[in-house]
Design a protein around this ligand. Structure first.
Ligand SMILES: [Zn+2]
Ligand SMILES: [Zn+2]
Length: 280
């Protein structure tokens, strides 16, 4: 059915098995994400699927099986050869998980198959590599997927064409009941001789339906109580500012309010969603 991120049929993929750390605490995924309905769905997406997205119950109920701590993503220099860099980041997964790294891939929509896939020009760029991990919390992806950064122009690294994503990290946890694919897109920023990664967007495909993943603000940092009544537990998030600040009752009052302004930033409220289980 519908769309899915990365149809494997047209990918070039080299499978290198890799070791992984033992399962530790499997329940503590990052608390700062929620699945929300995308505002930037590909315009090529058929109308039927857009409607399905908007009505999708998964939008605020799903449990995410694998996640990456995107702020930890960086490129590590290989000491023996200064032109080679390795991708380095922390991630958690509740299930066995395949992680595929694409360098300089385009996100292509195929209207005939009605699917998305990644295209990497094999003449210019390193082929995608997959690595396999067991369940575990805060695992370290390191010394894998080397890249010779100096071969690429600043414009390529900086995502100047808005089409060729410098780094795509695709996580596919093993699941028969609810297949998920988490895709994180990064650009590479260069300052002096240092390279850093900046996350451009994250998408999650759940049962073939794509959602945009966005950061959630103020959920843990500002205390757990609703910022209006200061007594009930926060369980609602305001869109588009993503402030997690309301209990269910105050959210209902706010929806009825003519002004409809976020209590934290005073920005306009377009929608109020219940926090997903992963954030709760
Ligand atoms: Zn309240
Ligand atoms: Zn706000």
């Amino acid at each position: 059915m519908g769309n899915c991120v990365g149809n494997s049929s047209r990918r070039r993929s080299l499978d290198h098995s890799s070791n992984s750390s033992r399962a530790r605490n499997q329940n503590s995924l990052p608390q700062n994400t929620i699945v929300v309905i995308s505002e930037q769905q590909n315009s090529a997406q058929p109308r039927a699927n857009r409607a399905q997205l908007q009505n999708s119950p998964e939008a605020n109920q799903v449990q995410i099986d694998s996640t990456i701590y995107k702020a930890t993503a960086k490129l590590e220099n290989y000491p023996e050869n200064p032109s080679i860099y390795f991708l380095d980041f922390l991630f958690s997964t509740r299930r066995n998980c395949r992680i595929t790294i694409y360098y300089f891939a385009k996100d292509i929509f195929d209207p005939i198959q009605n699917t998305y896939y990644f295209y990497v020009d094999p003449e210019k760029y390193p082929p995608p590599e997959s690595h396999y991990f067991e369940p575990g919390d805060r695992q370290h992806f390191s010394h894998l997927s080397p890249i010779e950064i100096g071969r690429f122009s600043d414009d390529e690294l900086d995502f100047k064409d808005k089409k060729t994503f410098p780094v795509i990290i695709e996580m596919t946890p093993e699941s028969e009941t609810m297949p998920q694919i988490l895709t994180s897109y990064f650009k590479i920023c260069k300052s002096e001789d240092q390279y850093s990664l900046t996350c451009l967007r994250q998408k999650i495909s759940i049962n073939g339906v794509i959602h945009e993943l966005k950061d959630l603000y103020g959920y843990k940092s500002e205390g757990l109580e609703c910022s209006i009544c200061l007594t009930e537990k926060k369980e609602m998030v305001v869109l588009p500012c993503n402030h997690a600040c309301l209990c269910a009752a105050c959210a209902e009052h706010l929806k009825a309010d003519a002004k409809k302004l976020c209590p934290i930033c005073r920005g306009p409220i377009r929608q109020i969603l219940k926090l997903s289980e992963v954030s709760a």
